[in-house]
Design a protein around this ligand. Structure first.
Ligand code: B12
Ligand code: SF4
Ligand code: SF4
Length: 379
C-alpha cells in the first residue's frame, strides 16, 4: 500500500472536523435538480405556504441546488441535535436557547476555512442554514442523512428528528454519500393522528396555514378563531408530531450544545407563568431577555397574541387581572386576543370592563373581539 493510498480521504478529514465543531451528522452530495421540486410546486399551488411569500418567490431557485450559489458543485450537509430529550413545554425545543442560524453559519464558515487551509487555496462557496432558497430536507436526504417522515421531518435512524440542518455549498469535488432510500415510517401514522390542528393533510405534506408552528411564529395577524382552542399550551412553535414519533422516542439525544439550552426567560416556566410574563413585558425588557433568541421572529406583539390565546385555553380566573391589564396594551393584537381569552374565562364583572374598553377602542377587529367576548360572558 502506498502512502497516498493509506492517507485518510478529504471527506473523512472533513467529517472529523465537522464532528469536532459540534455537528452530529455529516454527509456529502453533488448539487443538482431537487427530487421533490414537483412536490414543492404542488405545495405552493395549494396555498399551503400561507403568508410565507418568500417561499413562492424563491421557488424557481429551489428546483436546483446549483442555482442559489453560482459555481458551487457539491455540498457538505450537516445536522445538529437540539435536545429531543428535553421535557416538553410551552416553547418548542428548537427555540429555547440561542438562534441556530447564526451559530451554525459561523461553524460552517469555520469548516470552510479549515478546508481551505487543508487544500491550500481559497474555495468558492457559502453556508446555508435556512438562509437561502434551498430545499434543505431534500438536500439532506440526498446526502444520506435520513428519510422524509410522514410529519415531513427529516428523520435519521440513529438521531431521530430533533436536529437542525445546514449545508456548506462549495466549488469543490467531493465524493458523494449514497442518498437515503429507505422509509422507516411503514404503516405508522401517529403524527398524523396526534397533530392538534389536523395540519398533516397527507403523508409528507403539511398545510402550514393550520400548523401551530406557522400560526404562532410566522403568521403576523390575528390567529383564526377556529385554531385557537387547538393551540392549547403551545406558546411558540410545536413539537407534537415529533414527540409522538417512535424514532424520536428511541433515538433522540440529550442536549449537548450549551448555546441551545433554555435561556432564563423561558427555562422551567410553565405555560401560564410564561404567558403572564410576556403579556406584561415592555419592549425594552423583551429586547434584553430575548437578545439572540429565535423567539424574536414573532416580535413581542406576536408573543403577546400567543400568550393571550394560551391563557384563554389553560388559564383561570386567577389570570383575569393579567388579561384585563393587557386590554390597555398599545398593540391591537394583544388587546384583541386578550378580549378573546377573557370571553372564555371571565365573569360578568369582566364584561363590564370590556364594555368600558369599547368606548374608546378604534381598531375594528379589536372592537369585534370585545363584542364577541361580551356576548359570551353575558349569555
Ligand atoms: C417553511 C418552513 C416551515 C413551515 C412549513 C413546514 C413544512 N413542513 O413545510 C412551518 C412554519 C410550519 C415550519 C415548522 C417547523 N419547522 Co421549519 N422550515 C421551513 C423551511 C424554511 C422550508 C420548508 C419547505 O420547503 N417546505 C415546503 C414543503 C413542500 O417541504 P417539506 O414540508 O419540507 O416536505 C419535504 C418532504 O416531505 C418532501 N415531500 C413533500 N411532499 C411530498 C410528497 C411525496 C409523495 C414525497 C415522496 C415527498 C414529499 O419534499 C419536501 C423536501 O423537499 C425549512 C428550511 C429550508 N430552507 O428548507 C425549515 C425546516 C424544515 N424547519 C425545521 C424545523 C426544526 C421546524 C419545526 C420543528 C419548528 C417547531 N418546533 O416549531 C416545525 C416542524 C413542523 C413540521 N412537521 O414540518 C427544520 C427541520 C429539520 C428536520 N429535521 O427536518 C428546517 C430544515 C430548518 C433547519 N435548517 O433546520 N417550518
Ligand atoms: S408542528 Fe404541531 S401543528 Fe404542526 S404539523 Fe406538527 S403536530 Fe401539527
Ligand atoms: S410518527 Fe410514525 S408516521 Fe409519523 S414520522 Fe414518525 S414513524 Fe413516520
Amino acid at each position: 500500500m502506498t502512502a497516498a493510498e493509506s492517507a485518510p480521504s478529504l471527506e473523512s478529514l472533513i467529517r472529523a472536523q465537522a464532528y469536532g465543531l459540534g455537528f452530529d451528522l455529516v454527509g456529502f452530495t453533488k448539487l443538482g435538480p431537487a427530487e421533490t421540486a414537483a412536490a414543492y410546486d404542488d405545495w405552493i399551488a395549494r396555498g399551503y405556504a400561507g403568508e410565507m411569500g418568500y417561499l413562492e418567490r424563491g421557488a424557481a431557485k429551489r428546483h436546483d441546488t446549483r442555482l442559489p450559489f453560482d459555481g458551487a458543485t457539491h455540498a457538505i450537509v450537516v445536522a445538529m441535535n437540539y435536545g429531543g430529550r428535553e421535557p416538553s413545554g410551552p416553547v418548542a425545543r428548537y427555540a429555547r436557547g440561542d438562534d441556530y442560524h447564526d451559530l451554525m453559519v459561523d461553524r460552517l464558515n469555520e469548516l470552510k476555512r479549515w478546508i481551505e487551509a487543508h487544500v491550500g487555496h481559497a474555495i468558492t462557496g457559502k453556508p446555508y442554514v435556512d438562509t437561502g432558497p434551498i430545499l434543505e430536507r431534500d438536500l439532506a436526504r440526498q446526502a444520506g442523512l435520513g428519510w422524509f417522515g410522514k410529519n415531513t421531518m427529516l428523520i435519521n435512524p440513529k438521531l431521530g428528528s430533533f436536529f437542525f440542518l445546514g449545508s456548506l455549498v462549495l466549488a469543490l469535488e467531493l465524493k458523494s454519500d449514497a442518498p437515503f432510500t429507505a422509509d422507516h415510517c411503514g404503516t405508522c401514522r401517529r403524527c398524523i393522528d396526534a397533530c392538534p390542528t389536523g395540519a398533516i393533510e397527507a403523508a409528507q405534506a403539511i398545510n402550514a396555514t393550520s400548523c401551530i408552528a406557522y400560526l404562532t411564529i410566522e403568521a403576523k395577524g390575528p390567529i383564526p378563531d377556529e385554531f385557537r382552542a387547538a393551540i392549547g399550551e403551545h406558546l411558540y412553535g410545536c413539537d407534537v408530531c415529533q414527540e409522538v414519533c417512535p424514532h424520536t422516542h428511541k433515538f433522540s439525544r440529550s442536549l449537548f450544545e450549551p448555546a441551545f439550552a433554555a435561556r432564563p426567560a423561558v427555562a422551567g416556566k410553565d405555560a401560564r407563568t410564561l404567558s403572564r410574563e410576556l403579556l406584561a413585558m415592555s419592549q425594552s425588557e423583551f429586547s434584553a431577555s430575548f437578545k439572540g433568541s429565535p423567539m424574536k421572529r414573532a416580535k413581542l406583539r406576536g408573543l403577546k397574541r400567543n400568550a393571550a390565546v394560551v391563557l384563554g385555553n389553560v388559564g383561570s380566573e386567577e389570570d383575569l387581572d393579567h388579561l384585563l391589564a393587557a386590554l390597555d396594551d398599545p398593540e391591537p393584537l394583544a388587546r384583541s386576543h386578550s378580549a378573546w381569552a377573557i370571553g372564555r374565562i371571565g365573569s360578568p364583572a369582566a364584561a363590564a370592563r370590556l364594555r368600558e374598553c369599547l368606548e374608546f377602542e378604534e381598531e375594528a377587529f379589536v372592537r369585534d373581539a370585545l363584542l364577541a367576548a361580551i356576548a359570551l360572558l353575558e349569555a
